[in-house]
Design a binder for this molecule. Structure first.
Ligand code: ZEM
Length: 271
């Protein structure tokens, strides 16, 4: 069948609006799926990354970091059924790109051609084809940890700050990560609000029994410890200041870094 990615894009746009889901859009959780599918990449061993769509299999599917993404995958399943020629790896990454654009974000360059690890191969050689748990960042940690994780993928400090701007979208869920609340006032819109809030709000530790997180004085918005690290670290902070005042620079740098992330480890031969 002809590989009509535009038809798939249209079908993704059509499912985004969902009044009974979080803030009314599936966009944020689809962006998180694209990022977690890709963010397992290790440039030294050239393992992990979006190719293969290995999050269908254990142990990746049950990595605590991926809690909640079973919903994102399930929302895309009817689109996979309708367009069986597309790989899950392409569908998950394309959904992130389409969602960002539909939520007023930049156009992120995207190219198809990823293939899926066949279930039989995943079953026979899980350790060889499925990345181990623990490669995605832990929100409870600080600047050193974020650098370890993103440098492993091949990103630098500026990329880290640009990519983190995706937290203009969506929210934390106590039943997934344990954290709670949205980062911005408009969690269904891609914007540079995250950086402006980071710099301008009087963030304080939330008083609760949950994991350490930061909230504004009204306890409506939140920041993770890893988000705060971006203003506490003297090398990250200038980029937060840049993106807070220059939305165009943020959109351009985010699009380039996110496109690069979706390509990590992608070879265009059948797996
Ligand atoms: Zn996130 N992220 N992330 N992130 N993320 C969450 C939600 C979302 C970190 C993290 O621990 C968390 C990037 C980087 C980092 C999105 C996109 C991107 C949540 C809340 C946590 C805890 C999960 C929940 O409870 O549902 C850490 C530590 C990061 C790096 C230091 C990058 C890079 C992203 C994309 C480019 C998005 C869109 C969400 C919102 C998901 C939703 O369901 O609303």
């Amino acid at each position: 069948m002809a590989q009509n990615y535009d038809a798939v894009r249209k079908d993704i746009v059509a499912i985004l609006k969902k009044p009974d889901w979080d803030d009314g859009s599936l966009g944020p959780v689809l962006v998180r799926l694209a990022w977690h599918a890709s963010g397992t990449y290790d440039s030294k061993t050239k393992t992990g990354g979006s190719n293969g769509a290995t999050m269908r299999f254990k142990p990746e599917s049950s990595d605590g970091a991926n809690a909640g993404l079973e919903h994102a995958r399930a929302f895309l399943e009817p689109i996979k059924q309708k367009h069986p020629w597309i790989s899950y790896a392409d569908l998950w990454t394309l959904a992130g790109v389409v969602a960002i654009e539909a939520m007023n974000g930049p156009k992120v360059p995207w190219k198809g051609g990823r293939s899926d690890v066949p279930p039989k191969v995943a079953q026979a050689q899980p350790a060889k084809v499925i990345p181990p748990n623990g490669r995605l960042p832990d929100a409870a940690q600080g600047a050193q940890h974020i650098r370890d994780v993103f440098y492993r993928m091949g990103f630098n400090d500026q990329d880290i700050v640009a990519l983190s701007g995706a937290h203009s979208l969506g929210r934390c869920h106590t039943d997934r990560s344990g954290f709670s609340g949205p980062w911005t006032h408009t969690p269904d819109r891609f914007s540079n609000q995250y950086y402006r809030l980071l710099l301008n709000v009087d963030w304080r530790e939330k008083k609760w029994d949950g994991p350490k997180q930061y909230v504004d004085p009204d306890d409506e918005l939140m920041m993770l410890p890893t988000d705060m690290a971006l203003i506490w670290d003297p090398k990250f902070k200038p980029y937060v200041e840049l993106y807070a005042k220059d939305k165009e620079a943020f959109f351009k740098d985010f699009a380039a870094a996110f496109a690069k992330m979706l390509e990590l480890g992608v070879t265009r031969q059948k797996l």
